[in-house]
Design a protein around this ligand. Sequence first.
Ligand code: ADP
Ligand code: MG
Length: 271
Amino acid sequence: MNRKARLCLKGREAIKNKNMTKNIISLRSIDKDYFVGDITVRALKSINMEINEGEFTSVMGASGSGKSTLLNILGCLDKSTKGEYYLDNLLINSLTKNQLAYIRNQKIGFVFQSYNLLPKTTALENVELPLLYNKLVDSRERRERALKALDAVGLSDRKFHMPNQLSGGQQQRVAIARSLVNNPVLILADEPTGNLDTRTSYEIMALFQDLNTQGKTIVIVTHENDIAQFTSRNVVYRDGKIIQDEMVKNKKDALAELNNLPVDNNGVNKK
Ligand code: ADP
Ligand code: MG
């Protein structure tokens, strides 16, 4: 093949790859107003944001800047006042409450700062929970998939432990397994390392990086710069607006950073 033909083929490949990029989130002129008495709080102001499949995005901003409001909308827990939200090419605005619940269950995995596991319920049963609402999955498949998800987060040997028999980091791993079990198109995490020490935070970020490498689209809200450095894209909010949206320069590898953490006298790693 001559050079011109090769270049032409290369160009076509590039166009094909570009077209293959799948849009997972598309926010178009999103407003969110809260009405409290006679006061209107404009929590999000004309937000436009696109996230493609396989992106790992961190959302930052001061308290009150609109991060949780954004996550609630992305997670179909709340609707915008104005604008359009497409999730996996589906227009969310027009859906009923029941349809939203279905979309949440099928397409989104949630991870919270305080893990939100059911107490007095084993790790395995906690992970099975999202599948209980899926009529197409019988009890045997439910168990198989939950075991696989627990294995993916390195907790196969803790499946019969109750949440109070697990460390914070392990509880968050169970929560991440639960978020994975429905094979969602999107994982949303609100301050997932907010309650964890540095070493455990980095371990959780290593797990998210691993999932992202396998193709998962992840959005996390965080207050911490070092946590955001483990993601690929950083979006900063202020007063309900995006003030910065950049690819992370020198993205860090959480496993490598774990090994760099100094060990203090108690053998516990500190920042
Ligand atoms: P962040 O998560 O960045 O701290 P939020 O999204 O929680 O910010 O809040 C954005 C703004 O919206 C704040 O001014 C907050 O007071 C207001 N707000 C959030 N939730 C509600 C609500 N349910 N009712 C009224 N105002 C709200
Ligand atoms: Mg918040």
